[in-house]
Write a protein that binds this ligand. Structure first.
Ligand SMILES: CC(C)(COP(=O)(O)OP(=O)(O)OC[C@H]1O[C@@H](n2cnc3c(N)ncnc32)[C@H](O)[C@@H]1OP(=O)(O)O)[C@@H](O)C(=O)NCCC(=O)NCCS
Length: 156
């Protein structure tokens, strides 16, 4: 199990590691070009989790915010670093960062069969809001849409 030093904002230097992790974790990974454009876009929030020993990227979260809404596009932890709380930490830190930027409602979509991710999102306060039929390819599968809303106490 990887020991983790930090979760920090992603930089352009993390692009290769993020693109490699996409290919390991998804049958339909985002291309390096698409990820590069996303990381460089205004409104994008990207975090990486790194190992203490070598500073190697073992996980990341990518989200984008527009006005008071945001969308989490991807949360990934490499297989060897899973079950250590990293996915939860990335989501927690991502929510904090997006709320800081003014997000009041945060959306995401996840494969219907991805019970691990769905449980994790639900534990962080995301609630299912609908189904998009056959949204994913390789293999074709429905997406479950989720919404998170900032509580009145956290509204500024
Ligand atoms: C979803 C994902 C990010 C979770 O990362 P993680 O670092 O393992 O998450 P955590 O360690 O915070 O796990 C949280 C909880 O999820 C559950 N969980 C995690 N991995 C699990 C597994 N393989 N089997 C069953 N439950 C699991 C557990 O309840 C765990 O809590 P616990 O082990 O403390 O009881 C990771 O599995 C992943 O990268 N999956 C592939 C990419 C993906 O599907 N991303 C989401 C869609 S964008």
């Amino acid at each position: 199990m990887a020991s983790v030093s930090t979760i920090r904002p992603a930089t352009a230097a993390d692009l290769d590691a993020i693109a490699a992790a996409e290919r390991v974790c998804f049958p339909d990974p985002w291309s390096r070009e698409a990820l590069g454009e996303l990381l460089g876009a205004s409104g994008t929030t990207a975090l990486v989790a790194t190992t203490a020993a070598a500073g190697t990227v073992v996980g990341y979260l990518i989200a984008r915010a527009v006005l008071d809404e945001a969308e989490i596009l991807n949360v990934v932890v490499l297989p060897g670093a899973r079950r250590a709380g990293l996915g939860g930490q990335l989501i927690g830190r991502g929510l904090e960062a997006l709320v800081q930027l003014g997000a009041r409602a945060i959306f995401l979509e996840v494969r219907e069969s991805n019970r691990v991710a769905r449980d994790l999102y639900e534990r962080h306060g995301f609630r299912p809001i609908g189904v998009r039929a056959a949204y994913y390819r390789s293999p074709v599968e429905d997406a479950i849409g989720y919404r998170w809303e900032s509580s009145p106490a956290s509204k500024r």
